[in-house]
Design a protein around this ligand. Sequence first.
Ligand SMILES: Nc1ncnc2c1ncn2[C@@H]1O[C@H](COP(=O)(O)OP(=O)(O)OP(=O)(O)O)[C@@H](O)[C@H]1O
Length: 364
Amino acid sequence: MGKNILEFKHVGKRYDDNVVLRDINFEVEVGKFYTLLGPSGSGKTTILRIIAGFDQASSGEVLFDGQQINTVPANQRQVNTVFQDYALFPHMNVAENVAFGLQIKGVKKAVIQQRVKEALHLVRLDGYGNREITAMSGGQRQRVAIARAIVNRPKVLLLDEALSALDHKLRVDMQRELRQLQRQLGITFIFVTHDQEEALAMSDQIMIINDGKIQQTGTPVDIYDEPLNHFVAEFIGESNIIPGVMKKDYVVDINGQDFECVDAGMKPNEKVEVVIRPEDLDITSVEKGKLRVMVDTQLFRGVDYQITAHDQQNHEWTINSIHKTTVGAEVGLTFDPEDIHVMRYNESEKDFDARLDSYEEDED
Ligand SMILES: Nc1ncnc2c1ncn2[C@@H]1O[C@H](COP(=O)(O)OP(=O)(O)OP(=O)(O)O)[C@@H](O)[C@H]1O
Protein backbone atom coordinates (compact mmCIF):
# COMPACT_ATOMS: atom_id res chain seq x y z
CA MET A 1 0.00 0.00 0.00
CA GLY A 2 1.31 3.43 -0.98
CA LYS A 3 0.87 6.62 0.99
CA ASN A 4 -2.49 8.38 0.94
CA ILE A 5 -2.51 11.87 -0.54
CA LEU A 6 -6.17 12.40 0.33
CA GLU A 7 -8.58 11.03 2.91
CA PHE A 8 -12.22 11.73 3.67
CA LYS A 9 -13.32 10.70 7.16
CA HIS A 10 -17.05 10.67 7.83
CA VAL A 11 -17.61 13.70 5.63
CA GLY A 12 -21.16 15.04 5.44
CA LYS A 13 -22.46 18.01 3.51
CA ARG A 14 -25.77 19.77 3.73
CA TYR A 15 -27.18 22.93 2.25
CA ASP A 16 -29.72 24.06 4.86
CA ASP A 17 -31.99 21.03 5.24
CA ASN A 18 -30.80 19.37 2.05
CA VAL A 19 -28.32 16.58 2.88
CA VAL A 20 -26.17 15.98 -0.22
CA LEU A 21 -23.34 13.86 1.24
CA ARG A 22 -23.64 11.32 4.05
CA ASP A 23 -20.76 9.76 5.92
CA ILE A 24 -18.31 9.74 3.01
CA ASN A 25 -15.14 7.73 3.75
CA PHE A 26 -12.43 7.08 1.19
CA GLU A 27 -8.69 7.23 0.64
CA VAL A 28 -6.71 8.10 -2.47
CA GLU A 29 -3.18 6.78 -2.82
CA VAL A 30 -0.40 8.97 -4.21
CA GLY A 31 -0.01 8.73 -7.98
CA LYS A 32 -3.28 6.94 -8.70
CA PHE A 33 -6.01 7.64 -11.19
CA TYR A 34 -9.06 7.75 -8.92
CA THR A 35 -12.55 8.12 -10.36
CA LEU A 36 -15.76 9.31 -8.73
CA LEU A 37 -18.58 7.71 -10.68
CA GLY A 38 -22.28 8.28 -10.18
CA PRO A 39 -25.46 9.52 -11.83
CA SER A 40 -26.36 13.19 -12.12
CA GLY A 41 -26.98 14.82 -8.75
CA SER A 42 -25.29 12.04 -6.76
CA GLY A 43 -22.78 14.41 -5.12
CA LYS A 44 -19.60 13.97 -7.21
CA THR A 45 -19.04 17.66 -7.90
CA THR A 46 -19.71 18.49 -4.26
CA ILE A 47 -16.88 16.13 -3.25
CA LEU A 48 -14.53 17.79 -5.78
CA ARG A 49 -15.47 21.24 -4.51
CA ILE A 50 -14.70 20.16 -0.95
CA ILE A 51 -11.29 18.80 -2.08
CA ALA A 52 -10.53 22.00 -4.01
CA GLY A 53 -11.63 24.21 -1.11
CA PHE A 54 -14.46 25.94 -3.02
CA ASP A 55 -16.83 24.51 -0.43
CA GLN A 56 -16.52 23.15 3.10
CA ALA A 57 -17.66 19.88 4.65
CA SER A 58 -20.51 20.29 7.15
CA SER A 59 -19.10 17.45 9.26
CA GLY A 60 -16.14 15.07 9.25
CA GLU A 61 -12.52 15.57 8.25
CA VAL A 62 -10.63 16.07 5.00
CA LEU A 63 -6.93 15.16 5.16
CA PHE A 64 -4.38 16.14 2.51
CA ASP A 65 -0.98 14.52 2.81
CA GLY A 66 -1.91 13.59 6.38
CA GLN A 67 -2.89 17.16 7.42
CA GLN A 68 -6.44 18.23 8.16
CA ILE A 69 -7.37 20.89 5.59
CA ASN A 70 -11.08 21.50 6.28
CA THR A 71 -10.68 25.28 6.52
CA VAL A 72 -7.58 25.84 4.36
CA PRO A 73 -8.50 28.35 1.59
CA ALA A 74 -8.59 27.10 -2.01
CA ASN A 75 -5.56 29.13 -3.12
CA GLN A 76 -3.40 27.53 -0.44
CA ARG A 77 -4.15 23.94 -1.51
CA GLN A 78 -1.84 21.97 -3.77
CA VAL A 79 -4.75 21.13 -6.01
CA ASN A 80 -5.87 22.37 -9.43
CA THR A 81 -9.14 21.79 -11.20
CA VAL A 82 -10.02 21.23 -14.85
CA PHE A 83 -13.66 22.27 -15.23
CA GLN A 84 -16.25 20.74 -17.50
CA ASP A 85 -16.57 23.95 -19.55
CA TYR A 86 -12.76 24.53 -19.30
CA ALA A 87 -13.35 28.10 -17.98
CA LEU A 88 -10.63 29.51 -20.25
CA PHE A 89 -10.24 33.27 -20.67
CA PRO A 90 -11.48 34.08 -24.19
CA HIS A 91 -9.67 37.42 -24.40
CA MET A 92 -6.23 35.84 -23.76
CA ASN A 93 -4.20 33.68 -26.11
CA VAL A 94 -3.19 30.10 -25.28
CA ALA A 95 0.12 30.95 -23.57
CA GLU A 96 -1.48 33.75 -21.53
CA ASN A 97 -4.18 31.37 -20.34
CA VAL A 98 -1.62 28.79 -19.26
CA ALA A 99 0.62 31.43 -17.63
CA PHE A 100 -2.18 33.07 -15.64
CA GLY A 101 -1.87 31.08 -12.40
CA LEU A 102 1.90 31.53 -12.23
CA GLN A 103 1.62 35.28 -12.88
CA ILE A 104 -0.80 35.63 -9.97
CA LYS A 105 1.75 33.89 -7.77
CA GLY A 106 4.42 36.35 -8.91
CA VAL A 107 6.69 33.79 -10.54
CA LYS A 108 9.55 35.32 -12.61
CA LYS A 109 8.81 35.92 -16.28
CA ALA A 110 11.61 33.71 -17.62
CA VAL A 111 10.51 30.83 -15.39
CA ILE A 112 6.90 31.28 -16.49
CA GLN A 113 7.90 31.14 -20.15
CA GLN A 114 9.83 27.94 -19.62
CA ARG A 115 7.04 26.25 -17.64
CA VAL A 116 4.34 27.28 -20.11
CA LYS A 117 6.43 25.82 -22.90
CA GLU A 118 6.84 22.55 -20.99
CA ALA A 119 3.14 22.35 -20.15
CA LEU A 120 2.12 22.95 -23.78
CA HIS A 121 4.58 20.29 -24.85
CA LEU A 122 3.06 17.77 -22.42
CA VAL A 123 -0.39 18.26 -23.90
CA ARG A 124 1.01 18.18 -27.43
CA LEU A 125 0.33 21.85 -28.23
CA ASP A 126 3.90 22.91 -29.04
CA GLY A 127 3.87 26.12 -31.05
CA TYR A 128 0.25 27.03 -30.24
CA GLY A 129 1.11 29.65 -27.60
CA ASN A 130 0.14 32.68 -29.68
CA ARG A 131 -3.16 31.28 -30.94
CA GLU A 132 -6.36 32.89 -29.74
CA ILE A 133 -8.55 30.58 -27.63
CA THR A 134 -11.45 31.26 -29.98
CA ALA A 135 -9.38 29.77 -32.83
CA MET A 136 -8.90 26.44 -31.02
CA SER A 137 -11.09 23.34 -31.48
CA GLY A 138 -12.93 21.66 -28.60
CA GLY A 139 -10.22 19.04 -28.13
CA GLN A 140 -7.49 21.68 -28.25
CA ARG A 141 -9.27 23.82 -25.67
CA GLN A 142 -9.49 20.75 -23.47
CA ARG A 143 -5.71 20.41 -23.72
CA VAL A 144 -5.17 24.10 -22.91
CA ALA A 145 -7.32 23.65 -19.80
CA ILE A 146 -5.19 20.70 -18.72
CA ALA A 147 -1.95 22.60 -19.44
CA ARG A 148 -3.24 25.52 -17.39
CA ALA A 149 -3.79 23.19 -14.44
CA ILE A 150 -0.56 21.16 -14.62
CA VAL A 151 1.65 24.21 -15.10
CA ASN A 152 1.15 24.83 -11.36
CA ARG A 153 2.57 21.38 -10.58
CA PRO A 154 -0.26 20.44 -8.23
CA LYS A 155 -0.03 17.29 -6.14
CA VAL A 156 -3.58 16.47 -7.13
CA LEU A 157 -5.39 17.32 -10.34
CA LEU A 158 -9.19 17.36 -10.19
CA LEU A 159 -11.09 16.81 -13.42
CA ASP A 160 -14.83 17.47 -13.37
CA GLU A 161 -16.53 15.75 -16.32
CA ALA A 162 -13.51 17.00 -18.22
CA LEU A 163 -14.21 15.01 -21.39
CA SER A 164 -17.97 15.29 -21.62
CA ALA A 165 -18.01 18.20 -24.07
CA LEU A 166 -16.08 16.18 -26.67
CA ASP A 167 -17.59 14.00 -29.37
CA HIS A 168 -17.27 10.23 -28.98
CA LYS A 169 -14.16 9.65 -31.11
CA LEU A 170 -12.20 12.54 -29.61
CA ARG A 171 -13.35 11.53 -26.18
CA VAL A 172 -11.91 8.03 -26.54
CA ASP A 173 -8.62 9.48 -27.85
CA MET A 174 -8.47 11.91 -24.93
CA GLN A 175 -9.12 9.07 -22.46
CA ARG A 176 -5.95 7.37 -23.67
CA GLU A 177 -3.99 10.61 -23.68
CA LEU A 178 -5.10 11.62 -20.24
CA ARG A 179 -4.19 8.24 -18.81
CA GLN A 180 -0.78 8.43 -20.47
CA LEU A 181 -0.23 11.97 -19.21
CA GLN A 182 -1.15 10.93 -15.69
CA ARG A 183 1.41 8.09 -15.73
CA GLN A 184 4.05 10.40 -17.20
CA LEU A 185 3.51 13.14 -14.60
CA GLY A 186 2.95 10.81 -11.66
CA ILE A 187 0.38 13.31 -10.30
CA THR A 188 -2.70 11.94 -8.54
CA PHE A 189 -5.77 12.48 -10.72
CA ILE A 190 -9.28 12.60 -9.27
CA PHE A 191 -11.65 12.31 -12.15
CA VAL A 192 -15.42 12.82 -12.05
CA THR A 193 -17.66 11.12 -14.58
CA HIS A 194 -21.14 9.67 -14.93
CA ASP A 195 -19.93 7.40 -17.75
CA GLN A 196 -19.28 3.89 -16.47
CA GLU A 197 -17.32 2.75 -19.53
CA GLU A 198 -15.00 5.71 -19.20
CA ALA A 199 -14.51 4.94 -15.50
CA LEU A 200 -13.74 1.26 -16.16
CA ALA A 201 -11.29 2.11 -18.95
CA MET A 202 -9.28 4.78 -17.17
CA SER A 203 -9.15 4.21 -13.44
CA ASP A 204 -6.91 2.51 -10.93
CA GLN A 205 -9.69 2.85 -8.35
CA ILE A 206 -13.34 3.78 -8.66
CA MET A 207 -15.73 5.08 -6.05
CA ILE A 208 -19.38 4.67 -6.95
CA ILE A 209 -21.73 7.16 -5.38
CA ASN A 210 -25.48 7.47 -5.49
CA ASP A 211 -27.72 9.87 -3.66
CA GLY A 212 -24.84 11.20 -1.55
CA LYS A 213 -23.79 7.75 -0.32
CA ILE A 214 -20.84 5.59 -1.33
CA GLN A 215 -22.09 2.37 -2.89
CA GLN A 216 -18.76 0.64 -3.47
CA THR A 217 -15.07 1.38 -3.91
CA GLY A 218 -12.58 -0.87 -5.66
CA THR A 219 -10.63 -1.55 -8.82
CA PRO A 220 -12.58 -1.65 -12.09
CA VAL A 221 -12.33 -5.45 -12.10
CA ASP A 222 -13.56 -5.78 -8.48
CA ILE A 223 -16.53 -3.59 -9.19
CA TYR A 224 -17.44 -5.29 -12.43
CA ASP A 225 -17.02 -8.84 -11.16
CA GLU A 226 -18.27 -8.40 -7.63
CA PRO A 227 -20.87 -5.67 -7.38
CA LEU A 228 -21.91 -5.22 -3.77
CA ASN A 229 -25.50 -4.28 -4.38
CA HIS A 230 -28.28 -3.92 -6.91
CA PHE A 231 -27.43 -0.31 -7.74
CA VAL A 232 -23.80 -1.11 -8.63
CA ALA A 233 -24.74 -4.23 -10.61
CA GLU A 234 -27.21 -2.21 -12.69
CA PHE A 235 -25.07 0.89 -13.07
CA ILE A 236 -21.88 -0.89 -14.18
CA GLY A 237 -22.30 -2.79 -17.42
CA GLU A 238 -25.28 -4.94 -18.22
CA SER A 239 -26.49 -7.51 -15.72
CA ASN A 240 -29.08 -10.16 -15.21
CA ILE A 241 -30.29 -9.78 -11.64
CA ILE A 242 -32.50 -12.70 -10.63
CA PRO A 243 -33.94 -13.44 -7.18
CA GLY A 244 -32.58 -16.52 -5.44
CA VAL A 245 -32.27 -18.20 -2.06
CA MET A 246 -28.93 -19.19 -0.50
CA LYS A 247 -29.01 -22.91 0.37
CA LYS A 248 -25.56 -23.17 1.96
CA ASP A 249 -22.06 -21.85 1.21
CA TYR A 250 -21.41 -21.97 -2.53
CA VAL A 251 -24.91 -23.19 -3.43
CA VAL A 252 -27.79 -20.95 -4.49
CA ASP A 253 -31.34 -21.85 -5.45
CA ILE A 254 -32.62 -20.21 -8.64
CA ASN A 255 -36.20 -21.06 -9.68
CA GLY A 256 -36.21 -24.10 -7.36
CA GLN A 257 -32.98 -25.54 -8.75
CA ASP A 258 -29.60 -25.66 -6.97
CA PHE A 259 -26.56 -24.04 -8.60
CA GLU A 260 -22.96 -23.79 -7.57
CA CYS A 261 -21.76 -20.21 -7.10
CA VAL A 262 -18.65 -18.38 -5.90
CA ASP A 263 -20.15 -16.90 -2.74
CA ALA A 264 -20.22 -18.01 0.87
CA GLY A 265 -20.90 -16.48 4.27
CA MET A 266 -24.64 -15.98 3.99
CA LYS A 267 -27.28 -17.54 6.19
CA PRO A 268 -29.08 -20.67 4.93
CA ASN A 269 -32.42 -19.66 3.39
CA GLU A 270 -31.31 -16.03 3.11
CA LYS A 271 -32.97 -14.16 0.25
CA VAL A 272 -30.37 -13.04 -2.28
CA GLU A 273 -29.99 -11.52 -5.72
CA VAL A 274 -28.04 -13.50 -8.30
CA VAL A 275 -25.98 -11.54 -10.83
CA ILE A 276 -24.90 -13.08 -14.13
CA ARG A 277 -23.39 -10.91 -16.88
CA PRO A 278 -24.90 -11.37 -20.39
CA GLU A 279 -21.49 -12.29 -21.84
CA ASP A 280 -21.17 -15.13 -19.32
CA LEU A 281 -24.34 -16.79 -20.59
CA ASP A 282 -24.74 -18.85 -23.71
CA ILE A 283 -27.57 -20.72 -25.36
CA THR A 284 -27.81 -24.41 -26.13
CA SER A 285 -30.53 -27.04 -26.48
CA VAL A 286 -33.11 -27.38 -23.71
CA GLU A 287 -31.65 -30.81 -22.81
CA LYS A 288 -28.09 -29.54 -22.44
CA GLY A 289 -28.98 -26.24 -20.71
CA LYS A 290 -29.05 -25.57 -16.99
CA LEU A 291 -32.13 -23.34 -17.17
CA ARG A 292 -34.90 -23.27 -19.74
CA VAL A 293 -35.95 -19.96 -21.33
CA MET A 294 -38.15 -18.71 -24.17
CA VAL A 295 -36.49 -16.34 -26.66
CA ASP A 296 -38.25 -12.95 -26.99
CA THR A 297 -35.93 -10.86 -29.17
CA GLN A 298 -32.66 -11.21 -31.04
CA LEU A 299 -30.43 -8.38 -32.23
CA PHE A 300 -27.39 -8.88 -34.47
CA ARG A 301 -24.59 -6.58 -33.31
CA GLY A 302 -21.64 -7.55 -35.48
CA VAL A 303 -19.54 -9.36 -32.87
CA ASP A 304 -22.50 -11.22 -31.36
CA TYR A 305 -26.25 -11.54 -31.00
CA GLN A 306 -27.97 -9.88 -28.09
CA ILE A 307 -30.85 -12.13 -27.11
CA THR A 308 -33.57 -11.40 -24.57
CA ALA A 309 -35.62 -14.23 -23.09
CA HIS A 310 -37.81 -15.10 -20.12
CA ASP A 311 -37.83 -18.14 -17.87
CA GLN A 312 -40.73 -20.10 -16.39
CA GLN A 313 -40.92 -17.68 -13.45
CA ASN A 314 -41.07 -14.80 -15.94
CA HIS A 315 -37.65 -13.39 -15.04
CA GLU A 316 -36.06 -11.48 -17.91
CA TRP A 317 -32.68 -12.67 -19.19
CA THR A 318 -30.23 -10.96 -21.56
CA ILE A 319 -27.70 -13.18 -23.30
CA ASN A 320 -24.81 -12.05 -25.50
CA SER A 321 -24.05 -15.05 -27.69
CA ILE A 322 -22.16 -15.79 -30.86
CA HIS A 323 -24.82 -18.41 -31.57
CA LYS A 324 -27.92 -17.48 -33.49
CA THR A 325 -31.32 -18.63 -32.28
CA THR A 326 -34.96 -18.11 -33.26
CA VAL A 327 -37.46 -15.76 -31.66
CA GLY A 328 -40.14 -17.86 -29.94
CA ALA A 329 -37.85 -20.90 -29.52
CA GLU A 330 -37.32 -22.67 -26.21
CA VAL A 331 -33.60 -22.93 -25.47
CA GLY A 332 -31.31 -23.90 -22.60
CA LEU A 333 -28.95 -21.47 -20.85
CA THR A 334 -25.40 -22.46 -19.93
CA PHE A 335 -23.07 -20.72 -17.49
CA ASP A 336 -20.17 -21.59 -15.21
CA PRO A 337 -20.30 -21.54 -11.41
CA GLU A 338 -17.58 -18.86 -11.31
CA ASP A 339 -19.84 -16.54 -13.29
CA ILE A 340 -22.62 -16.64 -10.70
CA HIS A 341 -22.24 -13.90 -8.15
CA VAL A 342 -24.66 -13.56 -5.24
CA MET A 343 -25.54 -10.29 -3.47
CA ARG A 344 -27.39 -9.83 -0.21
CA TYR A 345 -30.92 -8.71 -0.90
CA ASN A 346 -31.29 -4.95 -0.46
CA GLU A 347 -27.85 -4.67 1.08
CA SER A 348 -27.55 -1.05 0.04
CA GLU A 349 -30.72 -0.04 1.85
CA LYS A 350 -29.74 -1.91 5.01
CA ASP A 351 -26.26 -0.37 5.00
CA PHE A 352 -27.66 3.02 4.34
CA ASP A 353 -30.14 2.86 7.23
CA ALA A 354 -27.39 1.81 9.63
CA ARG A 355 -25.09 4.62 8.47
CA LEU A 356 -27.88 7.17 8.53
CA ASP A 357 -28.65 6.22 12.13
CA SER A 358 -25.04 6.67 13.21
CA TYR A 359 -24.78 9.94 11.27
CA GLU A 360 -27.82 11.36 13.00
CA GLU A 361 -26.56 10.19 16.39
CA ASP A 362 -23.27 12.04 15.73
CA GLU A 363 -25.11 15.24 15.07
CA ASP A 364 -27.23 15.15 18.22
N1 LIG B 1 -25.14 25.36 -3.52
C1 LIG B 1 -26.07 24.41 -3.41
N2 LIG B 1 -27.20 24.59 -2.69
C2 LIG B 1 -28.12 23.63 -2.56
N3 LIG B 1 -28.02 22.39 -3.10
C3 LIG B 1 -26.93 22.13 -3.82
C4 LIG B 1 -25.89 23.11 -4.02
N4 LIG B 1 -24.92 22.54 -4.78
C5 LIG B 1 -25.34 21.28 -5.06
N5 LIG B 1 -26.53 21.03 -4.48
C6 LIG B 1 -27.29 19.76 -4.56
O1 LIG B 1 -26.44 18.72 -4.17
C7 LIG B 1 -26.72 17.53 -4.89
C8 LIG B 1 -25.43 16.97 -5.47
O2 LIG B 1 -24.95 17.83 -6.48
P1 LIG B 1 -23.59 17.59 -7.26
O3 LIG B 1 -23.39 18.74 -8.19
O4 LIG B 1 -22.51 17.30 -6.29
O5 LIG B 1 -23.93 16.28 -8.07
P2 LIG B 1 -23.15 15.58 -9.27
O6 LIG B 1 -23.10 14.15 -8.94
O7 LIG B 1 -21.87 16.29 -9.50
O8 LIG B 1 -24.15 15.82 -10.47
P3 LIG B 1 -23.86 16.25 -12.00
O9 LIG B 1 -23.21 15.06 -12.63
O10 LIG B 1 -25.24 16.52 -12.52
O11 LIG B 1 -22.98 17.47 -11.95
C9 LIG B 1 -27.77 17.90 -5.92
O12 LIG B 1 -29.01 17.45 -5.45
C10 LIG B 1 -27.70 19.42 -5.96
O13 LIG B 1 -28.96 19.94 -6.28
